[in-house]
Write a protein of this length. Structure first.
Length: 168
């Protein structure tokens, strides 16, 4: 019980610095997790609607990094850097996400993958270093809508894999 109390306290302590987005994806948990762990998948769905992704380096392991550029529909390029801090297949991924290695404004994200019947409930919990950085991400970069669109792109992508698999 004490662990639950600590988790609740930790969450309430970060509530003004976090964004939580969840979605049910109609695909098995292992496939949804795999879509996050292999660059051949990530490059097909990562980012909000209209964005594309170019990967410069990718090493999916604790301490490994994904160095990539997100290309916005208006032509703006966004330098991105993710380093994986925890991997528990197929349940959980924790990562630090910023513009580059050692970005002082990098934020932490934890993704959890829970079975939901034959589907998967994915939750993306992101905690920013400050409330101001969280607010900037929401207001300037539409982080909540972008996160919802990203998970929507994931859902569409893995549903297509499932559909093709059912045909084959």
């Amino acid at each position: 019980m004490a662990a639950t109390g600590r988790d609740t306290s930790a969450r309430s302590a970060t509530a003004d610095r976090e964004i939580v987005i969840s979605r049910v994806v109609h695909a098995p948990r292992e496939l949804v997790f795999e879509a996050f762990t292999e660059v051949r998948h990530l490059s097909r769905w990562w980012g909000p609607e209209g964005f594309t992704t170019t990967t410069r380096a990718f090493e999916f392991r604790v301490g490994g990094a994904w160095d990539f550029v997100m290309h916005g529909p208006d032509g703006t390029d966004y330098q991105e850097w993710i380093t994986w801090t925890e991997l528990t297949p197929p349940e959980r991924i924790a990562m630090l996400h910023g513009e580059a290695r050692d970005d002082p404004n990098a934020f932490e994200s934890v993704l959890t993958f829970e079975p939901d019947g034959t589907a998967t409930r994915i939750e993306m919990r992101t905690v920013f270093p400050t409330k101001e950085l969280r607010d900037e991400a929401v207001e300037k970069y539409q982080a909540i809508e972008g996160g919802k669109q990203t998970l929507g792109n994931l859902a569409t992508y893995v549903a297509e894999i499932v559909r093709k698999g059912a045909k084959g």
